[in-house]
Design a binder for this molecule. Sequence first.
Ligand SMILES: Cc1ncc(COP(=O)(O)O)c(C=O)c1O
Length: 358
Amino acid sequence: MTKKLYIPGPVEVNADVFAAMSKPMIGHRMPEYATLHASVTDQLQTLLNTKDPVFLSTSSAFGIMEGAVRNLVQKRCANFANGAFSTKWHDVTKRCGIKADLFSTEWGQPITAKMVDDALSSGDYDAMTMVHNETSTGVMSPLTEIAEVMKKHPYVSFIVDTVSSMSAVPIDFEALGLDVCLAGVQKAFGLPPGLAVCAVSRAALDKAKATPNRGYYFDFEEFEKNDLKHNTPSTPCISLIYGLDAQLKKMFVEGLENRYQRHADMAQATRNWLQQQGFGLFAAEGHRSVTLTSGTNDGNTDLEQLKKLAGEHGYAMDNGYGKIKNKTFRIPHMADMTMSDMEEYFSLLEELLPQVRS
Ligand SMILES: Cc1ncc(COP(=O)(O)O)c(C=O)c1O
């Protein structure tokens, strides 16, 4: 049975996106591709407020996350973590043979500016990684405050995963002084998985050229050389790029401010609903995500059974991630979802909850 997705990525993909993706194939060295590539990267630059290049990587997000550390760590990397994906980035960094240290905080809590400043003040690091919106916990860390302290550490590359926040909240690449800002398109962009986007600063591009062992597939110099010709180093996922072009055009028609407000409204409605149903909110107050909300199990709800029942009704439910699975569960509210999608899901869960509560 096909299930309507209420998981925090991949998300439900609308029919108009699939239609845009089914255009006849073109070759990536044909002028038609350069036109498509330029259209997408121009719109991404507008979305992120940058004139620096935004690369299109045919990979999931972790491809370019690995690429970012391979390009930008020459000395030692500080990986800040407050959930599963940020912790995994530390593991990925070390697996590349890069020297790295992990600075963790409790799941449910944000990465703070003080934590970043304290760690980087040692002078041991030339790069840092963090996840803006931890999809495993529903915590959004205060990027503006962190960006402020990063100004004290201009030689530390500022590498940020906005996998589940890009396009749902304003991210001003230039004002924040980011070096790398990346996302996979299967979250707030509302596309099928397989493509990642990545803005890279001029300083980071220059630094990367002097970093040894960058490999080929995620080499920023290769990306830049090709991007100047509106192209990619190797064959890209052209159908997804057609889809992204269509999604970006739709975003600008909706209006970015309206889009951000729609996400904020759905997030607030979800928090309210969870609390009305007797659940807690896992993410610390003031740091709750606008693209997904983690509810805390009240201890009397069989979330595994709830997921099974939801599945039988044609809905894919999430029952938490990693070490907080079943202790929490996540409700997504991103991409093309609307308040009526949220209400549909709340009604379903209200119908099922009495059957799974003791
Ligand atoms: C915040 C965050 N970072 C990284 C990833 C990894 O992305 P991918 O599976 O596309 O490599 C995810 C996936 O859910 C994520 O939510």
